[in-house]
Design a protein around this ligand. Sequence first.
Ligand SMILES: Nc1nc2c(ncn2[C@@H]2O[C@H](COP(=O)(O)OP(=O)(O)OP(=O)(O)O)[C@@H](O)[C@H]2O)c(=O)[nH]1
Length: 638
Amino acid sequence: MENIILGTAGHIDHGKTSLIKALTGIETDRLKEEKERGITIELGFASLDLPNGRHIGIVDMPGHEKFVKNMVAGSSGIDVVVMVIAADEGVMPQTREHMEICNLMGIRHGMIALTKTDLVDEDLLELAMDDIHDFIIDTFLEDQPIVPVSSATGQGLEKFLTTLEEICTQIPPRKFSSIFRLPVDRVFSMKGFGTVITGTLISGQVRVGQDIMVFPRKITSKVRGLQVHSSSVETAMAGTRTAINFQGLDREAVFRGDILSTPGALIESYMVDAEFHYLKSNAKPAKARTRVRFHSGTSEILGYMVLLDRESLLPGDTAPVQFRLESPVCCIKDDRYVIRSYSPVKTIGGGAILNPVSQKYKLKDRAMIEGLSGLAEEDDEKTIAYFLSIKGYSGLSFNALRVMTNVPDKKLTAALQKMLAKQAAVLTDKEKQIYVHGSVFDEFKEKVLERLTAYHQENPLKEGMPAQELKSKFQYVDDARFFNILFHRLEKENLIVLDKNLVKLSEFKVALQVDQHEIKEKIAGIYKKSGLTPPFFRTICRDLDLDQKTGKDVMQMLIDEKQVVKTKDDLFFDAGAVNDLETKLIEFLKANDKMTTPQFKEMTGISRKYLIPLIEYFDAIHLTIRVEDHRQLRKKPA
Ligand SMILES: Nc1nc2c(ncn2[C@@H]2O[C@H](COP(=O)(O)OP(=O)(O)OP(=O)(O)O)[C@@H](O)[C@H]2O)c(=O)[nH]1
């Protein structure tokens, strides 16, 4: 049987502490001031064994309006709430506020103790009952038992216990994360023991001898002793009120609001995103940016609440928000929190954490914000994928994923394995256990392929791009190991070939092994030698065993360097030969004004195959112009 944590709630002086004392014999008001003033300021702790042997840890919460923040602190980790309402007063302001806080904290089980029945007659008791029935409509206590009791006379206490027992059997086991966490309620020193810290162990477990870290201060220490419900134990499990005795931990260094965990397990953040329910009881809509008090675990932190998807939020509505805090928190996903207004102080809403380690959003981050609302659903793979996708190339470690997703270790490992298998995630660092989203790899793949394609186009005769040069184009992938892993995946997919520090697309082939300069010289020589009767270019390529693309690139160079002249299609001429011809042509036209094709043939002694392309070339460069069946100079000679 699992342990259960019970919390009391209710308006000041309605009899919470007296009820616990009547049930357990334990006086939870232990501060001197509390005794003197007769009210509960701090959280009180007690425990109770039910008739069926089940052990219950009790957190007695303060009812005074000023101490609601301690009440919030106490309510994290509570399974069942006893709402205490005095028969002589009925539902009062803090009865309502506590109910709202319990709702916001996600508490789903409870009952009502109608106390001080000895002070009222039948009629008044009935009136109080009616009052309560109206009050619990649409709350988690609707349809839950109401048990009249008197702590003064003991009347109804037995019925109270059997009812509580029955409720406890209905509480399903809690879904605990694997991370050991204990929000600090109290710190004190005991003679001969040193520093003792108490709190509710809200997830994971802790054992004697274990190293712990106090967050967000990051002080480390070792567990010397553990007590659960006043007995020493070796290991304490989630869902128990726990006292931990530390070896060499300064009492002054730890405060309520801190949180104990294992070294490095939590991540502190000044920004968290959450689903926020704005209580119906608020009078005005919430503004886009509101100064608030953020309560989570046992801490209260000042900050701003920023609406993420709207300009204002109506009472009763729920929306994604970001909290920007003055000091860091160490939340994990799904943690419940409560928001109180800055001044006057009043509970205005709360909900569950969606992204415990967030950042400021820019306009382009719309998709990230939209993705947040999907996180409230419990789909492990989707949640993991969301966080991996927003982290891009840097990815997330297994450790960070535990915090971000709140998925217990075994399930997290299984989900990641599944995602790796279908390439929805890539493990980029085995040692540090870093995962990136599958789409990050796809994006990288696209970019590398694009880069290499461009490189091959620019350098058709180079066998490949130096790997170092390629890497330098991806400065934003700052982890060399990560780069190499993605790189090798491209190789595995047969998209690229890595050889002697050169990378190339696998489909790319350099046609020639001779170097570019040599080919160029050879081709230039052929044109020089053949003068006005050159071979077709395709013939040259064939004779030299050149692939067309390489040949074309070399030819382009010869044209650029003005070594050859391009006429139509596949026919190129040595630039020197064409120049000589041009001089002769100009001389002839100056002397004769015009020239027919047969005259041109006579002058050059070449066949029409070369003649026509050359004549058309001189027209194209605007040296000559065709008039009827002859050519003349386009510009009259000076
Ligand atoms: N007659 C009578 N008096 C009661 C009963 N329960 C509590 N009281 C008295 O009511 C006063 C307040 O009781 P507490 O138990 O301190 O009330 P509380 O709700 O714990 O108060 P806070 O923790 O300060 O919010 C005390 O003087 C109690 O003696 C009861 O059943 N009958």
